[in-house]
Ligand binder design. Sequence first.
Ligand SMILES: CC(C)(COP(=O)(O)OP(=O)(O)OC[C@H]1O[C@@H](n2cnc3c(N)ncnc32)[C@H](O)[C@@H]1OP(=O)(O)O)[C@@H](O)C(=O)NCCC(=O)NCCS
Length: 155
Amino acid sequence: MVWSTDEKVAKFCSWEPYTSKDDAINFIESIETKFLRCKAICYNDRAIGCMLLFACSLDDKSRNKSAEIGYNLGSKYWGKGIATCAVKQIVKDAFSEMPHLERLEALVDVENVGSQRVLEKAGFHKEGVLRKYLFMKGKSRDMIMFSILSTDLQL
Ligand SMILES: CC(C)(COP(=O)(O)OP(=O)(O)OC[C@H]1O[C@@H](n2cnc3c(N)ncnc32)[C@H](O)[C@@H]1OP(=O)(O)O)[C@@H](O)C(=O)NCCC(=O)NCCS
């Protein structure tokens, strides 16, 4: 509930802030079918955010060596390096636990400067802007594609 009810967190995300515990329980119950990994970001034994890894496409076999990451952190905890640390960790874990993966990607709204900075600090490459790529919360959004390859870590 720390991050899922937070309007600042939901601003650049497809979901609306949760208004009840039931919303959160539904999310938790859907984790197994929706994500390759879903981990809580914890601080002093409290879940303050989440880190997600999901398949780029469930149907298209040509994309099954890639996965996408997503993350959220309660706004009270922003600016302390927590998301950067968590992104570095999921990258390391994903490539070691799922050796078939060659590429991790992340799509970020051009206006979400903090998230772009997190990815740059975690070693992701900025590949380019996908113009009007997503329609979300009433507007078409330009999104930046970031990626990191398993081979980037070995350099
Ligand atoms: C994006 C998010 C995860 C960042 O978490 P965080 O723990 O604050 O990130 P970090 O502290 O590791 O790094 C943030 C970096 O962005 C910078 N930053 C943050 N907001 C910024 C802004 N508006 N303009 C420029 N830089 C900004 C910080 O200065 C920092 O860089 P620095 O270390 O070089 O100073 C958090 O803001 C969040 O949960 N946002 C809402 C959900 C979201 O957007 N998720 C990602 C969807 S793609």
